[in-house]
Every structure is written in structure tokens, then in C-alpha cells.
Design a binder for this molecule. Structure first.
Ligand SMILES: Cc1ncc(COP(=O)(O)O)c(C=O)c1O
Length: 360
């Protein structure tokens, strides 16, 4: 068996020991004569896994009792619609920070549901900067301020959170559970699972009780948060395999020291790569302002597109995959989520130094 360093943006690398445990348990789960993904989601055995996965999110984030964790199908994309459908009522609008490709998608769906005020637009800087959180003010009729904590494509990441007097709503798909949060500032957090949490097929939604209680009751069943909360995220058949893997991944995160340890590792991995870029500054260029460079998705350019192609091909030949930038922006991108070993970042940083020396 061979494992390579996988720098894909998501789905992405997962802890090898979690994959191995899933392999070992796949055919006969804990002596039940069937796998977990074959048994009823109403069984006691699955129920335990389901609730363990939710409890791990609560424990890792230190969630206060007035927040609920929901596990919902449809990925983060469904949340682009569910958030405004549930939170924009009573003639309210919402404030939006347009910080990159993912915020743009969330904004487009939100506009179809209700009134939106764009309070920051990074288009002019090609989404290489973020607003100073202190400069943001809530609009008079805003129910919440939406932000994308980490733009997976553009490589910008919020370092600090605005204090605007209305709850923050955040798409944390690509940096969820990579750092501690002042949870009380957030009314709702959502994250697709396929980066730091597990395989694809799920969004984790964290919602504050007062916001949950105020959600309209006339939404169709699946689109309302209230029904999911009432049914403990088992209104319909949940994505059982993703939730099972999530439990295995999050248990390892907790055992390894939780979010403080995750932050230290993220600092280390991203530091290695940004140092490699800066110390060969005439060859590599990171377009993102240093104040908001992502610790999850490191984007960089080489002097020419031909050199970028050569870089990606030679890296692959040395067992480092997934380094191509998103097709909408080009260039290179190294996604270094929680499960990326520091050794992966060290190996890439060394390769970057060698490649710059040979081709610069
Ligand atoms: C920041 C961000 N938001 C939303 C999404 C969409 O997630 P999903 O594919 O789970 O709908 C992604 C996917 O990569 C993302 O990176």
C-alpha cells in the first residue's frame, strides 16, 4: 500500500488511522454480522454513532447549551438557501461580505430569497483582501452578517471576527474545527464535511436556540431547521457513512489535543509554505495580502503558466498531488487541512525550494 501527500481542496486527505479503522470495521461492525452502513439508521448501534458525532462537535468547540448541532444532507450549498429561508423573516435584510467565489455563490442564492446589503466587496482587489472587522457596521434592518471564514479558492481567511451587534452567520466549510471560536458571536455556522470533518455528503450546522425558535414554520419540511432539530437530525435517512467517518475523524482530533493543537499544526504547515514562497520571492508569488493569508489553502503563482504545469507534474511524480489551482483562477494551491501531516508541508516546501533553484 502506498499513501501520497494529497493537497486537494476537498474531498481531501483524511487521517490514515481513521480510514484503517473504517476498513477494519466495514464488513462486520462490532460483531453485529453486518456493516454499520447496512443497518437501520433507527438501530441503537447507529444511534450511538450519530450522537457521538454531534457530541464531538460540541466538545471540540466548547459549545454552550443554547446551541444545537444539526447534521444535514445537501452539503454547504444547500445552506446557501436554507440560511436565508430560515433567518430572513419579519421584513429584515441581511448584510453580506463578498470575499471570493464561495461568498459570491452564497450571495446569489440569498438574493433570490430576500434583501441583501453588500457591506464589503473585494472584487476590485480580485478577492486578495478582507475588510478590517472593526470597520464593519450592521445595517439598520439587518438580521445577521454573513461571512465566509475561509475562501477555499482565493486563499483568504478571516483572522478576527466583526462585532456588529447582530449575529454572525458563517460558512466555515474550509476551516471548520481548525481553531477556537468566540461561538457567542455566531448565530449560525455551517460547514460542508469534506475538508476537516470527513467524506462529502453532509453539512454540519450549528444554530443558536433563539434563532432556531424564530424560524418560520411554513417552510417545507426538509428546508426548515426546526424539523431537523426536533428530529435530532434524523427526519430522513441521514448520510450514515459520512457521519460514521466524521465520528472517527473528530475522535482523533480530540485525542490529539483538540482545536489548540489543530491551530498549532495549521500555523506550522502554513508557515512552512509561506516561508518557501517568500524566501524565493522572485520566483513564487502569493497574491493574497499577508494580513489574511489562509492557513488551510495556500495559493501561489510561478513566473509562467508553463512553469506552473511543470511544477504540478514534477510534484506529482514525487508523490504530491492536488496542487493545481482552481480552474477559475489558475495557478497553484496547496490545501493543508487538519489531516495533512506536517511532513507533507515539509516535503512540499523542500520541493518548492529545489524547483525554484533549478528553474529560476
Ligand atoms: C467555502 C466553501 N463553501 C461552500 C462549499 C460548497 O460545499 P458543498 O460542495 O458541500 O456544497 C465549498 C466547497 O468546496 C467551500 O469550499
Amino acid at each position: 500500500m502506498k499513501r501520497i501527500f494529497n493537497f486537494s481542496a476537498g474531498p481531501c486527505t483524511l487521517p490514515q488511522s481513521a480510514l484503517e479503522q473504517a476498513r477494519d470495521e466495514m464488513v462486520d461492525y462490532h460483531g453485529q454480522g453486518m456493516s454499520l452502513i447496512e443497518m437501520s439508521h433507527r438501530s441503537k448501534t447507529y444511534d450511538q454513532v450519530h450522537h457521538d458525532a454531534m457530541s464531538l462537535v460540541k466538545e471540540l468547540l466548547g459549545l454552550p447549551d443554547n446551541y444545537q448541532v444539526l447534521l444535514l444532507g445537501g452539503g454547504a450549498t444547500l445552506q446557501f438557501s436554507m440560511v436565508p429561508m430560515n433567518l430572513l423573516h419579519g421584513g429584515k435584510s441581511c448584510d453580506f461580505t463578498l470575499t471570493g467565489a464561495w461568498a459570491k455563490k452564497a450571495l446569489a442564492d440569498t438574493k433570490k430569497v430576500g434583501k441583501v446589503n453588500v457591506v464589503f466587496d473585494g472584487t476590485e482587489s480580485s478577492f486578495t483582501t478582507l475588510p478590517d472587522p472593526a470597520s464593519l457596521k450592521a445595517s439598520s434592518d439587518a438580521a445577521y452578517l454573513h461571512l465566509t471564514s475561509n475562501e477555499t479558492i482565493g486563499g483568504v481567511q478571516w483572522q478576527d471576527w466583526p462585532d456588529v451587534g447582530v449575529p454572525l452567520v458563517a460558512d466555515m466549510s474550509s476551516d471548520f474545527l481548525s481553531r477556537r471560536l468566540p461561538v457567542e458571536k455566531f448565530g449560525l455556522i455551517y460547514a460542508g464535511a469534506q475538508k476537516n470533518v470527513g467524506p462529502a455528503g453532509l453539512a454540519v450546522v450549528i444554530i443558536r436556540d433563539d434563532i432556531l425558535e424564530a424560524c418560520p414554520s411554513d417552510l417545507t419540511n426538509y428546508l426548515g431547521y426546526a424539523g431537523h432539530a426536533k428530529a435530532d437530525s434524523m427526519m430522513n435517512t441521514p448520510p450514515v457513512f459520512t457521519i460514521y467517518m466524521m465520528k472517527l475523524v473528530l475522535q482523533r482530533l480530540l485525542d490529539a489535543g483538540g482545536l489548540d493543537a489543530a491551530t498549532q499544526l495549521a500555523d506550522k504547515r502554513s508557515g512552512l509554505l509561506y516561508d518557501a514562497i517568500e524566501s524565493h520571492g522572485s520566483f513564487y508569488r502569493c497574491p493574497v495580502d499577508p494580513s489574511c493569508r489562509s492557513k488551510m489553502n495556500v495559493v501561489f503563482r510561478l513566473p509562467t503558466e508553463d512553469l506552473e504545469k511543470q511544477f504540478i507534474a514534477e510534484a506529482l511524480a514525487q508523490d504530491m498531488s492536488g496542487l493545481k489551482g482552481h480552474r477559475s483562477v489558475g495557478g497553484c494551491r496547496a490545501s493543508i487541512y487538519n489531516a495533512m501531516p506536517v511532513e507533507g508541508a515539509e516535503t512540499l516546501a523542500k520541493f518548492m525550494a529545489d524547483f525554484a533553484k533549478q528553474n529560476g
